[in-house]
Design a protein around this ligand. Structure first.
Ligand SMILES: C[S@@+](CC[C@H](N)C(=O)[O-])C[C@H]1O[C@@H](n2cnc3c(N)ncnc32)[C@H](O)[C@@H]1O
Length: 238
């Protein structure tokens, strides 16, 4: 299995830069289109209020940011933040194309030290990002800081299928098929589709991640398993 370096930020960023232009297509192919449903579910849990303010962290190509902007309406605003300029460039094109440029501000930055004010956001989302973050407690602490009291944090991430037979099938797909298909579709010479299953296997399972959110200070922490736990949606309230 791919060995994840302790300081993975730089190699991981090189991988995202290499696949940015094919990221959306690959996501759709490799998740059989399911990532759109998972992201819509995340928005329902985030409960963005009409005219409110939301932050989407590790925003990548801005799928979640655009869903949030639609839900917040014309008077709402989204701050979309990511470390990777190439991913954000693809996201910015998408946001312009769908006419949301005046409702979404795109910022390059690190989720571990958000350049956003405290107690300012109705909800904060992070989709398939926390797995790549080095200092995860710090990142969750930053989500908590920027939320208004009562604001909701939603973390959408790959997790552990609960049923052993389902987990075995999923691991076969993840470790054997996905790296080959991903590498071909993304014309990728980096190890990103080797990194992906390894990073999922190394990520804390549902209860452990919920515990991390509670330790950081979130209340009412709970999670919903999607596709039998392939993906989990964690929610915490400030
Ligand atoms: C798998 S993509 C997810 C993109 C998008 N949220 C989605 O669901 O399609 C992960 C993103 O996290 C970003 N990322 C990783 N570590 C980060 C950090 N510390 N701060 C901000 N973004 C980070 C990467 O640059 C990448 O764009």
């Amino acid at each position: 299995m791919y060995a994840i370096p302790a300081d993975r930020q730089e190699p991981v960023q090189e991988m995202f830069s290499a696949i940015a232009r094919r990221y959306d297509l690959n996501n759709t192919l490799l998740s059989f289109g399911m990532h759109h449903l998972w992201k819509e579910h995340a928005i329902r849990e985030a409960k963005p209020p009409f005219g409110g303010r939301a932050a989407d962290l590790c925003a990548g190509t801005c799928d979640i940011a655009s869903l949030l902007a639609h839900r917040l309406g014309v008077d709402g605003h989204v701050d979309a933040l990511d470390l990777n300029q190439e991913m954000l460039d693809v996201g910015a094109e998408k946001i312009r194309r769908i006419g949301l440029a005046d409702r979404v501000t795109i910022t390059r930055g690190n989720m571990e030290a958000l350049p956003f004010e405290s107690d300012a956001y109705d909800c904060a989302t992070v989709g398939f990002g926390v797995r790549n973050v080095v200092a995860r407690e710090k990142a969750f602490g930053e989500m908590l800081r920027i939320l208004k009291p009562g604001g909701r944090a939603v973390c959408l991430e790959f997790s552990r299928p609960v049923n052993p037979a389902w987990r075995a099938m999923y691991e076969l797909y993840n470790f054997r098929i996905l790296p080959k298909v991903g590498t071909i579709v993304a014309s990728d010479s980096t190890q990103v589709y080797e990194y992906l299953p390894a990073s999922i296997a190394n990520f804390p399972p549902q209860e452990e991640l919920a515990g991390m959110m509670r330790d950081v200070g979130f209340s009412k922490v709970h999670y919903v398993n999607l596709c039998g736990g392939i993906v989990a949606l964690h929610v915490g309230v400030k």
